[in-house]
Design a protein around this ligand. Structure first.
Ligand SMILES: NC(=O)c1ccc[n+]([C@@H]2O[C@H](COP(=O)([O-])OP(=O)(O)OC[C@H]3O[C@@H](n4cnc5c(N)ncnc54)[C@H](O)[C@@H]3O)[C@@H](O)[C@H]2O)c1
Ligand SMILES: N[C@@H](CCSC[C@H]1O[C@@H](n2cnc3c(=O)[nH]cnc32)[C@H](O)[C@@H]1O)C(=O)O
Length: 411
């Protein structure tokens, strides 16, 4: 594609999602009028696709200078990346299918702008800032983190006394994880798996690794598509929840024998490894919707395979003792590396939180450490979202508030 065609394609994608992100649109209009980010420099490492572009535009229209790169080597959409580079005050360094050196080189280029605010998805920018680019730490007001795994990394740094900047845990806003991680991952993972394989889900046995917010969403939608769902967990409460939601629960060693399609959503390593590959059925399909490329141990799978070949775009077939084991998107997030990511209406809330938290960081002197998203900001996003959906809810009447706060009335 020529650059002109790439720009046209990227602009179209961005225009489409923008019109389905009403909460972000309101914030964008306010930002454009009030210029709360004037003079700020924002460095970002997020999935470079259309919804992210809508967030980047809102920040730049709010007065910021923005530099962005990807947070996953396979999730960048090059047309969106090129289109972003036509905008004022925005520089995008992301490229699809970059190697590890190129990935970290782009992170360095983003940091070269000497940001005062960062936005991460997985904490790669902050990790770089605390290792090779420590000279930039003193200029930072704070950062935002988009995902569960990033928060785990940051809390581990905080516990070690290693975190030298304030970070707002955007993932932990209720208007983020309850919707993005659950309904977003639920829908977009199956979208990625179905468009990549062109196979039927109904009648298949689906194994979901992990029953956190992502696992709950992926299981719910697999059931809705007609699959028999097995869940694996290490947390007894979440395992019980899965059972009472109607799924079978067992160890992965057992489940590995039955699964037609496996989806990992744990944020942990080696959910699928040698002992599981050994007992899997011929034709098993493996996908990851958790993080990075560590949930499926591809090193072990490669070592066991007599041959590996690409059988369809984004599907690698590993021949293991005469059995075919199919891995989608090289074990990277199937919804983003083999799909378009979460639906726009869901990212509307996640990125409304991001935009408002950037403004919060610009206006507030925060101590070093991991901070929650302020509750009123979370509620504001929920209220705007409900309004955009045309939904009105009840308000407590004064006597109801009084009753709820009192203790005198009994049976
Ligand atoms: N694909 C996406 O777009 C997307 C969206 C949101 C979050 N994520 C990522 O997905 C991962 C999960 O996020 P979440 O919000 O659901 O986290 P979560 O903490 O709510 O859930 C993770 C679950 O995995 C379980 N688990 C951990 N180790 C396990 C093991 N060995 N076997 C079985 N279960 C195990 C935990 O007990 C927990 O219940 C994170 O890495 C997060 O960053 C991806
Ligand atoms: N960067 C790591 C960590 C997991 S990304 C998971 C995050 O991606 C975010 N996400 C999911 N879909 C989209 C999308 O379409 N655009 C931008 N971000 C998305 C979502 O908010 C979630 O918290 C990796 O790539 O492996």
């Amino acid at each position: 594609m020529s650059d002109k065609d790439l720009i046209e394609s990227g602009d179209m994608k961005i225009g489409w999602v923008r019109s389905h992100m009403p909460v972000l649109s309101i914030i964008r209009e306010n930002f454009e009028r009030e210029q709360p980010l004037k003079g700020h420099k924002i460095a970002m490492a997020l999935h470079v696709e259309a919804k992210t572009a809508a967030l980047v535009e809102a920040l730049a229209l709010g007065g910021a200078e923005v530099a962005i790169t990807g947070c996953n080597p396979l999730s960048t959409q090059d047309d969106v990346s090129v289109a972003l580079n036509t905008r004022d005050n925005i520089k995008c360094y992301a490229k699809y299918d970059c190697c590890s050196d190129e990935y970290y080189e782009a992170i360095n280029k983003v940091l070269d702008m000497k940001p005062d605010i960062t936005i991460d998805d997985g904490a790669d920018l902050i990790f770089k800032l605390h290792t090779e680019r420590t000279d930039l730490l003193s200029g930072l007001l704070g950062g935002c983190e988009e995902t569960t795994t990033g928060i785990h990394r940051l809390k581990a740094m905080e516990n070690d006394g290693a975190l030298k900047m304030p970070v707002v845990a955007v993932n932990d806003a209720m208007t983020k994880f309850l919707f993005d991680n659950r309904y977003g991952t639920g829908q977009s993972s199956w979208d990625g798996i179905m468009r990549t394989t062109n196979l039927l889900v109904a009648g298949k046995t689906v194994v979901i690794g992990g029953y956190g917010w992502c696992g709950k969403g992926a299981s719910l939608r697999a059931s809705g598509l007609g699959a028999d769902v097995i869940v694996t967990e290490i947390d007894p409460i979440r395992a019980l929840e899965a059972r009472m939601d109607g799924h079978r629960v067992m160890s992965m060693t057992e489940a590995a024998k039955y699964g037609d399609i496996f989806v990992t959503t744990t944020g942990n390593v080696d959910i699928l490894s040698k002992k599981h590959f050994e007992v899997m059925k011929d034709g098993a399909i493996l996908a990851n919707s958790g993080h990075f490329n560590v949930e499926i141990n591809l090193e072990e799978l490669t070592a066991m395979a007599s041959s590996v070949r690409t059988v369809r775009k984004n599907i690698k077939e590993y021949n293991v003792a005469g059995k075919r084991i199919n891995v989608l998107a090289d074990g990277r997030l199937v919804n983003l590396a083999a799909g378009d990511g979460h639906p726009a209406e869901v990212m509307d809330m996640s990125f409304a939180n991001q935009a408002l938290c950037v403004k919060y960081i610009a206006e507030t002197k925060l101590e070093n450490g991991v901070h929650p998203v302020p509750h009123d900001l979370d509620m504001y996003v929920a209220e705007l979202k409900l309004k955009s959906m045309g939904i009105e809810i009840d308000k407590l009447e004064p006597h109801q508030t009084e009753y709820m706060e009192g203790w005198e009335c009994g049976t």
